[in-house]
Design a protein around this ligand. Sequence first.
Ligand code: NAP
Length: 289
Amino acid sequence: MSKLLKGKPVADEVYAELAQRTETLRADGEALQLAVVTVTGDPASAYYVQAKRKVAERIGIGFRLYEFAADCTEADLLACIAGLNADPAVHGIMLELPLPKHLSTSRITEAIEPLKDVDGVTPASKLALLTGAPGLVPATPQACIRLAKHYGYSLSGSNVTLVGRGKTVGMPLFHLLQREQATVTVCHSRTRDLKQHLAHAEIAFVAVGFGGLVTSGMIHPELVLIDAGMNERPDGTIAGDVDPDAGAMAAAFTPTPGGIGTLTTALLFDNVYKAYELQRAAGQKEGHL
Ligand code: NAP
C-alpha cells in the first residue's frame, strides 16, 4: 500500500510558524503585505489570485490586488511595479503569469525589486539561487524539498531523478537539490529511456506540465514519487503529471490536488516574511554605511 504524502500537514506547520512571526511583528507595530499584479483574461490566474486573497485574509497578511485590463501596456505595468518597489508598506510583489502576448514577461519581471520578489523570478533571485547568496527562491521547488524532508526522506547522498527542467519548477529544484547534497539525474524532452533513470532513483520529482509520461511500468516499489504537476482537466478539475494509478505503484506519492500545490501556497506567504527579513537586513546595512 502506497503512502500518501499530503501537503496539508506540512502547510499547517508553515502557517503555524508564520502566525507566530506575524504576531511578533504586530506587537512591534508592523504588518506584512503582499501585492499581486494581474492582467485579466487568464481564468487560471484569476482563480489563483482569489485563492491567495483568501489565504492572506485567513492568516492576517495584507493583500493588495492590482488588476489590469487585457489591453494594458507595458508602461502601465512597469509604472505599477515601480510604485510597489518604492512603497515601504509592501513586502512582497507577485506578477501573475502568463501575461498576454503583447507584453514582455522578461522586461516586466526584471523590473521587480529583488528584495520583494516573492516568486523568485528576477535575474537577481535566479543568480542567488545559483550561487547560494541570500535571495528569494520560488515556492514550488521549496515545497518539493520541504515535503520530502517532512516525511523523513533524506536527500543528502540519495539518488534523485528529476523529470523536467522547466524555469518554474525543475531548474530551481535542481539547484536546491544540489544544496541538499543529492545525487541528481535530470530528465527532459530529449531523454531516451526515462524508465532506466527512474529505476535507479530513490526519490523522483516530476514537473513536466502534462500527464501520461510516467506510467505504472516505470515505477519500482521502493520509489518515493513527488509530483509538482498541476494540469487542468477538460472538466475543470486539477490533476498532477502522474496518474494516481501509476503513483499508487510507488512506496509513497503526492496527491493532486492536496500535495505540492497546497504547500506551495503556504511557502509563497513564507516568502513574504523572508522578503521582509531581507529588506530589514538591507535597511540595517544601509543605515550603517
Ligand atoms: P515547463 O517550463 O513547461 O517545463 C517542462 C519540462 O518538461 C521541460 O524541462 C521539458 O524538457 C520537460 N519535458 C517535456 N517533455 C518531456 C519528456 N517527454 N520527458 C521528460 N521531460 C520532458 O514546466 P514548468 O513551468 O516548470 O512546470 C512544470 C509543472 O509544474 C506543470 O505541471 C505546472 O503546472 C506545475 N506547477 C505547479 C505549481 C504548484 O503550485 N504545484 C506551480 C508552478 C508550476 P525540455 O527542457 O527539454 O523542453
